[in-house]
Design a protein around this ligand. Sequence first.
Ligand SMILES: NC(=O)c1ccc[n+]([C@@H]2O[C@H](COP(=O)([O-])OP(=O)(O)OC[C@H]3O[C@@H](n4cnc5c(N)ncnc54)[C@H](O)[C@@H]3O)[C@@H](O)[C@H]2O)c1
Ligand SMILES: [Fe+2]
Length: 380
Amino acid sequence: MSFSTFKSANKLITGQDALEYLVQAVDQFKIQKALIVSDQGVVKSGTIQHVLNILDIEYSIYDSVKPEPELEQVQDCIDFYHTHQCRAVIGVGGGSALDIAKCVAALAGQTGNIHDYIGTDKIKNRDIPLIVVPTTSGTGSEVTNIAILSDNANQMKQGIVADALLPDVAIVSPIMSVSCPASVTAASGVDALVHAIEAYISIHHSEITDALALQAIELIIEYLPKAYALPSNLLAREKMATASLMAGLAFGNAGVGAVHALAYPLGGKYKMPHGVSNALMLPYVLKWNVLGCAERLSRIAVLLKLEVTQNHMHNAEVLVEFLHRFCEQLNIPAGLRNFGIAEQDIPALAAEAIKVERLLKNNPRRLSVQDIEAIYSEAY
Ligand SMILES: NC(=O)c1ccc[n+]([C@@H]2O[C@H](COP(=O)([O-])OP(=O)(O)OC[C@H]3O[C@@H](n4cnc5c(N)ncnc54)[C@H](O)[C@@H]3O)[C@@H](O)[C@H]2O)c1
Ligand SMILES: [Fe+2]
């Protein structure tokens, strides 16, 4: 049987006035008291106020989500949800806050421990309304059925994948990301770029995910440098908000591959921000992937009007070089050696990365543990 499915948050609201839709969404679900899940960066920058100004219901704010949050934070937030007698969840933040919000909405009504739900399709249903408002243009978490949490015991990032995590409403406004620090704009923007590229070369891509991925790539290459250069550039913020959402739709359905698989142990063991670990691995993994998807990478090079020839292999290599420079211009530090990683740790990193079969199975080139060690060595 051959078919592909396409999943998304139920409603996507985009544009500069998107937040206004909150009133309607709250009304639709008859929400009387909501838990707002957020973090200190979003609260201290004042950005959360854009949401609070519009809400005309009771709410309690859980504002202590940590970047790259740990699995245990879900239970802490579920306890808060019950203590404050909330009846709905509104996530306001980057991927970290949204992933916690998604898990809380899906699990506050269930028994068991968060560890029981690691993996695919372990959560069966969700009764608690879930609205999400992203404040970074990166993860696409607002439209995916995925939450990625840090597992400190195993020094890994773990994926919880279940349709119960798909939000009811995603409200994506450029106003929410204006206060992002430049380093967050850069890292989360490159994460979105990696989502789009990996979805496009995934062996599980479809015509639908291709269209979303290509449009996202074009937008990110044009507007991420502009948002980075001038944080208040609302046009650039809006294009990035849309592009990261599109990249989220693309990878949420086609999957990501080896760039993410090799980035996971860097996040888990060395606490590197997700976007930074992806940026570090991107050129090296893609170079390795050229053999498996030269034509597709070549099409991206043509789309971006790079100096292409009739030779796909050559064009793919031109793209890899271009992406390397693109990340450099955004001042994302390169080289594993600059993150306190010892060269002798590479075999241990590779042993962890090879376990991320959930993602490696989407990659256009099959990788052995020796291949992964070689890629880490090149990225060192
Ligand atoms: N669920 C998914 O589909 C998915 C996909 C990719 C990544 N992720 C996960 O998302 C997390 C990373 O999310 P992220 O890159 O969005 O960063 P983040 O949510 O970790 O935020 C990074 C930092 O930026 C601050 N910040 C965010 N928005 C801000 C704003 N508007 N103003 C001021 N400060 C702001 C935060 O306070 C935080 O300190 C990782 O845990 C990653 O594994 C999830
Ligand atoms: Fe990602």
